[in-house]
Design a protein around this ligand. Structure first.
Ligand code: ZN
Length: 110
């Protein structure tokens, strides 16, 4: 199973919320996801809980507040765009994260 949701969320954060002091929510990211052709729009915000958990566990973001299903996040550090030469795709990593391709089909060292 592909981790397309996580990869799309990383890109959305890079493009829209790439500022350390900025706070953003899962609902805001969900709105951006729904504009992506690659996103399976039958998924609700509740279906993405594990994807948001994953980017927290990976050290891209931290959850700073929660109100029912709305979670607020901040990034730990600037997010960089890196071209992975193994899977030939652009991937998005926080500066402090392990230099491992976040594409679960790849996992190459960057
Ligand atoms: Zn890769």
């Amino acid at each position: 199973m592909t981790n397309s949701n996580v990869l799309q969320i990383r890109k959305i954060i890079f493009e829209n919320f790439n500022e350390i002091d900025l706070r953003f929510s899962n609902d805001e990211i969900y709105e951006f996801l729904n504009k992506n052709d690659d996103f399976d729009k039958s998924q609700t915000i509740d279906d993405l809980v594990n994807d948001f958990k994953k980017i927290e566990d990976d050290g891209l973001v931290r959850c700073i507040a929660q109100n029912f299903t709305t979670q607020w996040f901040k990034i730990f550090d600037d997010v960089e765009k890196i071209n992975c030469t193994s899977c030939h795709s652009d991937v998005y990593l926080g500066k402090e994260e392990s230099r491992i391709c976040p594409n679960s089909d790849c996992n190459a060292t960057l």
